[in-house]
Design a protein around this ligand. Structure first.
Ligand code: AMP
Length: 600
């Protein structure tokens, strides 16, 4: 396919906010794509070159792109910068410049453009900035205006077509079966090998049948299993029992550890909750993983600052310092880290995803049992019980230790990759549950919310009163709907410290956009002064979910949506992508359960 044709599809995708229309356009594109280019096309339309787990970054700042535009279209950097500022978008500016320059472009194929972009991304080291600018300029000058528009956006992460992997999975089904009947099989495969490009190539070449042979593979992340919430702790045994596995919920970084031996070498890759490659962040885990007595293994763990001598865990604020890319060694020395292993999905050539948890746990004991007391990779503790009083006592104990709560597990469940369900139930300490338990009231029944809610920051209101000094006076929060659009849920204002205000105000700067993103559903009444593209997720604690005519999340036939009472910022969740935020459906279901709980 010529890149110009792909640009035509991108232009159509940009022009719609209807998920059905997007799915149709994508399915048409995928049908037209050849078997050897479909993977590259999938990555490109998601604004990337490789799946996130490979961790290839362009390392191109807007300033560099402006320099490339200037060189490509024989103008000055000042003029190119002026055009970008005037249009508020680097892609639109590239389009104008290419048009004025009468760039007709060569007929470059998708593969040729992809190769050129890949070369630019890979170039590193001394002098690479200048080389990247030159190569980008040369690529842009070979393209027609529409192609230039999209090629200029991708390296800056500004493609933003308003859909995510979920829509692409639907489109793949449409491509291969003509309807959505293939979606389940495709999603199952994607859950255990989260590489959408590789998956698309496979479906294109071998059809749906080829997916049944697809299993977890060391080196390719598995989509993490997620935990369900519960309002009434008394229901936990009924939902996951009769005997359940009770584990402490540690508050660190979800870390998937992959180890495999190949050609005499041992390879380790670590992935975060949103499947990014975090191998470079945790050298001591990599070091310990290499020593595991396995041919190959995939482990699910929580990495957390841990002081073995006193058996205490670092609070999240301390563990999080490990995220700084440049001071890994220094922080590794200061904050010792341990990965607490709570699941295993693969061992020595065999996928364990479909095996019951009690069997997977036996594998863990076999593999790590003797190491429980020492080392960087440790077996997470677990208590088996069918007694609700034991669970309540464990929760209280976990709370008293300053931990997040518990995860209660169904021993018969498979590893539910990519889905939230009662196979894992989280009982959290930082919610109203805590108050009830501490006060000994309501027998552990929760009156407020059983969990925090992760929201997208959609925009900001200009400052009023004492907070003007921060530049903004509050934020608009939203949650994703089933159609992948974002619906407003609440304002966030007073429930923040000055420090948090300053940080959030600073963090949104890079993501401001001139107009409301097309995938937002926000009533005029609550429209913020500043719009922010979908990028930043924050964890919010609230007293209650209420009905509201102003917000669009969970809006029913009576036109009333849902909102939060007394929202407070817990923290920014860098480990979550916008579509990983709590969904509008989940908020609705929490609202319904809140009503049943209070009427009990
Ligand atoms: P959620 O992400 O909201 O579904 O809550 C589950 C999260 O708790 C996981 O993503 C892990 O990061 C964390 N966690 C901590 N300890 C455990 C454990 N023992 N089992 C499962 N998840 C755990």
């Amino acid at each position: 396919m010529y890149f110009k044709e792909l640009a035509g599809y991108l232009e159509r995708l940009e022009g719609t906010s209807s998920r059905n229309t997007m799915t149709d356009i994508l399915a048409d594109l995928l049908k037209h794509a050849g078997g050897t280019e479909i993977d590259e096309i999938c990555y490109l339309i998601l604004g990337e070159l490789v799946p996130a787990y490979r961790g290839l970054e362009f390392q191109i700042a807007e300033k560099m792109m402006i320099a490339a535009l200037a060189a490509a279209y024989s103008t000055t950097r000042e003029e190119a910068a002026r055009r970008v500022a005037a249009r508020g978008d680097v892609g639109d500016a590239a389009y104008d410049l290419a048009r004025d320059h009468r760039s007709l472009g060569k007929r470059m194929t998708v593969a040729a453009v992809y190769r050129a972009m890949y070369g630019i991304a890979e170039d590193a080291g001394e002098g690479s900035q200048e080389r990247k600018i030159r190569a980008m300029a040369s690529l842009l000058s070979s393209l027609d205006p529409l192609s230039a528009k999209y090629v200029a956006r991708i390296p800056l992460g500004k493609l933003r077509l308003g859909f995510s992997d979920a829509t692409l999975l639907d489109a793949l089904s449409l491509m291969v079966t003509g309807d959505k009947s293939g979606r389940r099989a495709i999603e199952r495969a994607y859950n255990v090998t989260a590489d959408i490009g590789a998956l698309a190539s496979r479906v294109k070449r071998g059809g749906l049948a080829s997916l049944s042979r697809l299993h977890a593979t060391p080196g390719i992340p598995i989509r993490p299993s997620l935990a369900e919430r519960l309002n009434d702790i008394n229901d936990v045994v009924k939902k996951a029992g009769p005997i359940v596995g009770v584990e402490v919920k540690l508050d660190g970084f979800r870390t998937q550890i992959h180890v495999w031996r190949e050609k005499g070498g041992v390879h380790v890759r670590l992935f975060s909750r949103n499947l990014e490659n975090t191998t470079a962040m945790f050298p001591e885990i990599v070091h310990a993983a290499k020593k595991l007595p396995v041919q190959s293994v995939i482990l699910d763990t929580e990495a957390i600052g841990y002081y073995a001598r006193t058996d205490t865990f670092a609070p999240f604020q301390e563990t999080v310092q490990r995220k700084r890319k440049h001071e890994v060694a220094e922080f590794a020395a200061r904050i010792p880290l341990a990965a607490f292993v709570f699941d295993v999905m693969y061992r020595d050539g065999t996928s364990l995803v479909a095996r019951p948890f009690r069997e997977r746990r036996r594998h863990l004991q076999d593999l790590l049992g003797r190491r429980t007391g020492a080392g960087t990779i440790r077996l997470a503790g677990q208590r088996l019980t069918d007694d609700i009083d034991v669970i309540k006592a464990e929760l209280t104990q976990s709370v008293n230790k300053g931990l997040e709560g518990l995860v209660v597990k169904n021993l018969s469940a498979p590893y539910e990759a990519g889905s939230r369900g009662f196979h894992w139930i989280k009982l959290k300490a930082n919610t109203a549950a805590l108050g009830n338990l501490r006060a000994g009231g309501a027998g552990g029944r929760i009156k407020g919310l059983p969990d925090t809610i992760d929201c997208l920051v959609m925009g900001a209101y200009r400052g009023r009163g004492k907070r003007t000094k921060f530049g903004v006076g509050g934020f608009l929060l939203g949650v994703p709907g089933r159609d992948e659009r974002f619906y407003s849920l609440s304002r966030l204002g007073t429930g923040m410290s000055d420090e948090q205000f300053r940080e959030l105000g600073r963090r949104i700067k890079a993501h401001e956009v001139a107009a409301m993103p097309k995938e937002y559903v926000v009533d005029k009444e609550v429209a913020p002064d500043i719009w922010i593209e979908p990028s930043l997720v924050v964890e919010i604690l609230a007293d209650e979910i209420t009905r509201s005519p102003r917000h669009s999340a969970g809006r029913g036939r009576d036109r009333r949506g849902l909102s939060l009472r007394f929202p407070r910022l817990v923290r920014v969740r860098d480990d979550k992508k916008p579509h990983d935020a709590t969904s509008a459906d989940e908020v609705s279901s929490m609202h319904r359960r809140q009503k049943t709980a209070s009427s009990k």
